[in-house]
Design a protein around this ligand. Structure first.
Ligand code: EPZ
Length: 416
């Protein structure tokens, strides 16, 4: 069932349970390599990427199991094989974050070089430079990074760009390094703060996560812990976009407004009402969205992962909006699919000019990646006739029970 059929829908009504954050749990799973014993994670989404990271940890010698829905138990005795094979890394770039913890704990790692993907070239130079500052050395052979570090030593790491992955890899290495590491121009995403709180529970000494300067005082050893993953702000953003396009009223149970206030403010400018609620986020949309201009930036700016959602909303909004992508040059591949649905979108370099139409027309389209796939489903909620979104396996990589959750709030969608 690798397709999703969508018909015009709305208003949407009800409650959507927001799952744990994909972009946090994958890093927490990698962090378990730092200490032997039994870890228990709660609020873990049932998505393909978690399964794949579980497979990677299993090839290293860990036991990864789901004792109950939403829970993940990870156990190992500390004798891991510090290797991440090509077949697994090639499938999921996030696998690269095993590099830091393996280097810190085992003094060596053999990790396949992640290639580019839907968004164009995605180098890891900042990851490697940061780890080199701590004393690691790298050789490249047969598509693999051979990493070595007899002893990691704390240092000042100034990142050229607040890269999420580079910040996480350096942080994961620094917790067991000798002395103090300061990561300057660090990424500030909420997922970084969740990783830091997980590491501090394990006995690490991380200060300043969530700000652009993180200080890590290395410790001798860490211990396994229990932890609850933060909610997925991109999943929450996706359901808010569906609400904006189709109208109605929703409660996003478990969502954190404080993790996405810039996004909520932008949707407010478009005419939606959104506010924090004791159970999560409450939102309402009663009229056609107003067009706005959008630029993506590192957190707390508007996340690049929200951008396909904005283009989908602007496709049927009132007016013209200019969308500017500042993180990933090639992240406009889904535009042709929206144009196939009758949208009026012109792209020029890292800008897209979207002229809103009252209604799109249903068509067969393909999901090029996780977020763009979800955005095509969102856009199709305001398309006459039926839209078939193919390659829906991309969506399943990052969204738990997507079709089920949409159907529960009245959207006319089905897997087919
Ligand atoms: C994380 O990717 C997320 N993935 C992405 O979400 C998200 O889009 C991105 O952060 C930005 O918020 C996960 O957490 C698994 P970066 P990451 O390093 O860590 C350049 C999703 O759909 N760069 O912050 O790979 C890079 O090319 C995914 O959930 C270098 O040049 O992103 C990009 O232009 C998609 N050299 C920019 O920095 C480096 O060494 C930001 O990348 C590292 C990054």
């Amino acid at each position: 069932m690798d397709r999703i059929a969508v018909r015009q829908s709305g208003p949407l009504e009800g409650t959507v349970p927001i799952s744990g954050a994909k972009n946090s749990v994958l890093k927490l799973m990698a962090a378990t390599a730092l200490a032997p014993g039994e870890f228990l994670l709660h609020n873990v989404p049932d998505i393909a990427d978690v399964t794949w990271m579980g497979e990677l940890l299993t090839t290293m010698g860990m036991t990864v199991e789901r004792p109950a829905p939403g829970d993940l138990r990870i156990v190992h005795d500390g004798t891991l094989v510090p290797e991440a094979p090509y077949e697994l890394v090639e499938r999921m770039r996030a696998s690269i974050v095993v590099l830091g913890p393996l280097l810190a704990r085992y003094g060596r790692a053999r990790v396949a070089l992640p290639g580019g993907d839907d968004f164009g070239p995605r180098p890891i130079d900042m990851h490697l430079r940061g780890l080199e500052e701590l004393g690691a050395s790298f050789e490249f052979a047969h598509g693999y990074i051979e990493a070595r570090a007899d002893q990691l030593t704390g240092a000042r790491v100034l990142l050229e760009f607040p890269s999420v992955g580079a910040t996480e890899n350096v942080l994961l290495a620094a917790v067991l390094a000798k002395g103090t590491t300061v990561i300057d121009n660090a990424a500030r995403e909420p997922e970084i703060a969740d990783l830091a709180s997980f590491l501090n529970r394990m006995g690490a000494r991380v200060l300043g996560a969530g700000s652009s300067t993180i200080q890590v005082d290395g410790v001798e050893q860490l211990a396994p812990v229990e932890h609850t993953v933060i909610p997925d702000r991109v999943e929450a953003a996706t359901f808010l976009a569906a609400l904006g396009v189709a109208g109605g009223e929703l409660l996003l149970a478990g969502a954190r407004h404080d993790h996405m206030d810039m996004y909520a403010a932008k949707l407010g400018e478009m005419g939606m009402r959104i506010s924090p609620d004791s159970e999560g986020i409450w939102a309402m949309s009663t009229r056609r969205l107003r067009a706005v201009d959008v630029s993506t930036l590192p957190y707390p700016g508007l996340a690049t992962d929200y951008k396909p959602l904005f283009v989908a909303m602007l496709a049927t909004a009132d007016g013209v909006g200019i969308v500017t992508e500042n993180l990933f040059a090639g992240r406009f591949r889904y535009v042709d699919e929206l144009v196939r649905m009758g949208a009026d979108i012109r792209t020029e370099g890292h800008h897209a000019v979207v002229r809103g139409r009252p209604l799109l027309s249903g068509a067969p389209v393909r999901a090029p990646d996780i977020r763009a796939g979800a955005a095509l489903v969102v856009a199709a909620l305001k398309a006459e006739g039926e839209t078939i979104v193919g390659d829906a396996h991309h969506i399943a990589r990052g969204y738990e029970r997507f079709v089920e959750k949409l159907r529960a709030i009245g959207a006319d969608v089905r897997a087919c």
